[in-house]
Design a protein. Structure first.
Length: 242
């Protein structure tokens, strides 16, 4: 069955590249956040649409993988597909292809719909949009975290500053990967770029609030956890190029 999808092109900006002139993993998540918003707006789901219904979309978890990390100034084609809500979660798969049509990256993002008035997650959006949702989107990435309870090293505390927060007044979903990479020892991130990451957002970190970040080697990569007010804020597992 033919899939409904949305596509647009983006060019890797200087500010989105790291010291290797390669696309930062956090920037990849920002690109996906933008195409997701553009896709919704193209089908009439803009800010006013959600305001009238008293709901918002939140990211519960997401994962990314690079087959090849794109370079600065490279133009990429993003193709995004959304699946109907199942068990309270909307799966959105976004693939990135290069100028030759080869897939270089994929992001598997799981959205949830929340009622602003009731402060709870809704199992179904409560509306339908023709030619937007797919019954099934086959692709997916592993979302497991390879958790560690022992051997965690504290990387210190981070405060959610103005430049790191988004329109919701809390730490932006993409910025968490900057925080995670900054928390790892410098000799680790200098060796190789990130090729895979899975992150689970448990509790928002509001503007001005502080989170302690801890890390440990795990499986084939690193496990990173953030704690805020005595509770887990986020967990992340990432792997670097071998």
């Amino acid at each position: 069955m033919e899939q409904y999808f949305y596509t647009e092109t983006m060019t890797v900006m200087n500010a989105d590249a790291d010291f290797r002139s390669l696309l930062k993993p956090s920037a990849l998540l920002r690109y996906v956040e933008q195409i997701s918003t553009d896709h919704a707006r193209a089908f009439g789901m803009d800010d006013q649409f959600f305001k009238e219904r008293g709901v918002t979309f939140l990211v519960g978890k997401q994962a990314l993988k690079f087959d090849r990390v794109p370079q600065r100034a490279e133009t990429l084609t993003l193709t995004s597909r959304a699946q109907v809500s199942k068990h309270g979660s909307v799966k959105r798969i976004t693939t990135l292809t290069d100028a030759e049509g080869k897939e270089v990256a994929m992001v598997d993002c799981r959205w949830i719909v929340a009622s602003l008035a009731e402060g709870r997650i809704l199992r179904e959006p409560g509306w339908t949009v023709e030619n937007f949702w797919n019954d099934t989107v086959e692709d997916e990435l592993p979302l497991q975290l390879h958790k560690c309870k022992d051997g965690l090293t504290s990387a210190g505390e981070w405060t959610a500053r103005y430049s790191q927060c988004d329109l919701n007044g809390h730490l932006n979903n993409a910025f968490y990967l900057d925080l995670v990479c900054d928390a790892l020892p410098l000799e680790i991130v200098r060796k190789a770029p990130v090729t895979f990451a899975s992150i689970n957002y448990h509790r928002e970190i509001p503007l001005g609030e502080t989170v302690e970040v801890l890390y440990a080697p795990s499986a084939d990569g690193w496990y990173v956890i953030g704690r805020h007010n005595g509770q887990t804020s986020f967990e992340c597992y990432l792997e670097l190029e071998k």
